[in-house]
Design a binder for this molecule. Sequence first.
Ligand SMILES: [Fe+2]
Ligand SMILES: [Fe+2]
Length: 334
Amino acid sequence: MRASMAFLPRSTATIRLQFSRLSSPLNGACIRPLSNWPTHFRHSKALHPLHAKPTLTEIANERDMADHMGRQQNHIWSKSELEKALATSHDHHTPITLPDKLAYGVMYYGLYHPFNFITGYTKIDPSPRAIEWRLIVLESFAGVPGFVAAGFRHFRSLRSLQRDHGWIHTLLEEAENERMHLLVCLTMFQAGPITRLMVVGAQFAMTPFLFLTYIIYPKAVHRFVGYLEQTACTTYKNIIDHIETPGTRLHEAWANLPAPEMAKGYWKLSDDAKWVDTLKCIYADETHHRDVNHTFADMKTDDPNPFVTMHREDAIRAWKIKNDSAASSSGVAN
Ligand SMILES: [Fe+2]
Ligand SMILES: [Fe+2]
C-alpha cells in the first residue's frame, strides 16, 4: 500500500516531456522553415531581448508534438508486459485530500459495492452470468469519462484560443479503448433488457455529473476514474485467476473458449488465442487507464501530457507486427 502513489506510465524510460511551455505569445505560430529566416534571432547566439527565444530543442519538440500519427492506436501487449501488468492488480492510490476521499467514497461506497450486490458478483467462485452483464455495464460506463474530459478540453482549447498540452488524444484513445472492450464483450455475451436499462441509466445519470465536475474540478474526475480502474483491475484479475483455476465455475465455462476474431484483430493475438488471453489484454489496458488517470489527477491542467509519445510508439509497434505477419504469410523474408 502506497500513500499518494506516484503511478508510472507504461514505459517510463521512454517518456519525455514533449510540451515546452514557452513564454512568447507568438509561440506555436511559427510554421515557416528556419532556412527562410537566415537572420532570425533564433539563429543568433544572442539572447532574445524579450527573453522569448525558444531553443532549437523546443522547436523540434513543437514539431514532434504536432505529429498526430497513430494517436488512436491501442497498445499491443507483449507477453512480458502482460505478466508485469498482472502483478500490479493490487496497486492503488490512498486518498489523503478531501476531494480524493470524496472521489473514493463515491466510487467504492456509492457505486462499486452496490454494483457488486446488484450484479450478484462474489469474489469467490463468481458465476459466469454475474460476470457477463457486469462486464457489459462496466465497459459501457467506462467509455464515458475519457470522452467527456476530451470533449471539455477540446472546447476549452477552441474557446480560449490556447493549446491543450496533449491530453485530448490520450483521453480519446482511452474512450475508444473502452468502447472496444465493450464491443469485444458483446461478441461473447448477450445484453438482455435489464442490462440495456442499466447501461442507459448509467449513461444518463453519470454523464452530466462527470461533465459538471470536470468544469469545476477536473482532478476529481481523473481521480474518480483512477479508482474506477482500480476496481476494474481487481475484478479482471479475479476473473482471470478463476478461469485458470480448475474446479471453478468460470474455469468450466470459459477456460476453453477461443478468443473472438475482433479481439485477435485489435490486440494482434495469435490464431489459437483463448478468451482468457483477451481478458488479460483488457485487464492490462485497465492498468494503463488507472495509471494515466491517477497521473492526470496529480498534474495541473496545463502541464504537458507525459504519455503523448506512447501513441506514436504504439502505432509503430502495431504497424511492425502487421507488416511482419503480412510478410511471413506471403513468404517474404524480412
Ligand atoms: Fe475497459
Ligand atoms: Fe478502463
